[in-house]
Design a protein around this ligand. Structure first.
Ligand code: PEP
Ligand code: MN
Length: 368
């Protein structure tokens, strides 16, 4: 995914953050237009509203369906805002494309399903509209980066170049402060692998409560996200879906005004120096690890000569516990220390197995 273009060029092209806002669901023409006008006044350029709503259980409000498409067109005509909606299958894609919707997003339940993703990608390719279309792919409900990347690639392969990701958090069993766990390392890894892919943050679905929107927006901005997609409703408490997490357009304006936007591209000389120091320390770490592995290979030979098993669980336990304690004394979390040393141990075992394999193929079972 290399030759990507900005998600939006003219309206918000160079502005950071890109803001997409609107109700979770389009409920009526009146609710859509009242919310859209409020958002326009709040300075929003892109309006969102779901018309097909994937619900966890049957019986909930499943969206108004195609009757909502002309409402979105009307928002565009009356306010000039671009409009975005969610699609989840071929039929939705075709209807939304025919109606001229500018931006399509794919929800978290759909991006987890490669069959659905492929049929959407095929519908986009067949429409001949891929080139001018913007498509945003939410992370799948489960914390599976490969599945998210696969979903993005299917849309990219359909010819879409105005492509972006939306981080909306990941499902976890049980009750938690956030509705969906952020697991920030997953979108970070996506950004590391695809530096030109814009990623927006969806604080509404991560937080699940309106009080969490402002801090999550600030966190996303501090972390360098390209933009935000936020649920906003003219009468949030009466919303037909996701009532607890929606804010009025007026409240959204206050939240956005309060954000501190840092220039993430700026690097100063002292930052550069500190980064060079980090590079030097990382190289030192690699050399130390290499020396440790060389000793492990010697231990492997010793164990082989003395017909001892490679993994001795008592020793493994000691390593994890003592390193966790030592690290904790220096202010590092014991979980972090355990995960570092379990990876180091795994590589040591692998290297010892290699020594054994080599010993056997060299035919000198003992004296390597
Ligand atoms: C939505 O944006 O309203 C929505 C259904 O989101 P998600 O797919 O993230 O649950
Ligand atoms: Mn929603």
């Amino acid at each position: 995914m290399k030759d990507l273009k900005p998600i939006i060029d003219d309206v918000t092209g160079c502005r950071r953050p890109i803001i997409i806002a609107g109700p979770c669901s389009a409920e009526s023409l009146e609710q859509v237009m009242t919310t859209a006008k409020g958002l326009k006044e709040a300075g929003i350029d892109i309006f969102r509203a779901g018309i097909w709503k994937p619900r966890t259980r049957p019986g909930g409000f499943e969206g108004v369906g195609v009757v909502g498409l002309p409402w979105l067109k009307r928002v565009h005509e009356e306010t000039g805002m671009r409009v975005a909606t969610e699609i989840a299958n071929r039929g939705h894609a075709q209807a939304a494309l025919e109606a001229g919707i500018d931006i399509l997003w794919i929800g978290a339940r759909t991006s987890a399903n490669p069959f659905a993703m492929q049929e959407i990608a095929d519908a986009i390719a067949e429409s001949g509209l891929a080139e001018k279309l913007t498509v945003l792919v939410k992370n799948p409900v489960n914390p599976d980066l490969e599945l998210w990347i696969g979903a993005l690639q299917r849309i990219y392969n359909a010819g879409v170049r105005r492509l972006g990701g939306i981080h909306r958090g990941f499902t976890a069993y049980g009750k938690h402060a956030y509705r969906n766990q952020p697991q920030w390392h997953i979108p970070f890894e996506l950004a590391r692998r695809y530096p030109s892919l814009p990623i927006l943050c969806d604080p509404s679905h991560i937080g699940g409560h309106r009080e969490l929107i402002s801090p999550l927006c600030q966190q996303a901005m501090d972390m360098g996200y390209e933009g935000l997609i936020i649920e906003s409703h003219c009468n949030p408490d009466e919303a037909w879906s996701d009532a607890a997490q929606q804010v009025t357009p007026e409240m959204l304006a206050v939240i956005l005004d309060g954000l501190t936007i840092r220039d993430v591209r700026q690097t100063t000389e002292s930052l550069g120096m500190m980064r060079r120091e980090i590079d030097r320390l990382d190289n030192e770490l690699i050399e130390v690890l290499n020396r440790r592995m060389a000793i492990c290979r010697d231990i492997g030979r010793y164990k082989m000569e003395h017909r001892m098993p490679i993994v001795q669980t008592g020793r493994y336990d000691d390593i994890l516990n003592s390193r966790a304690r030592a690290g904790q004394e220096m202010g590092m979390s014991p979980e972090f220390m355990r995960s570092v040393f379990s990876s180091v141990h795994e590589e040591s075992v692998r290297q010892q197995i290699e020594v054994h394999k080599k010993g056997i193929t060299d035919g000198n079972g003992c004296a390597l």
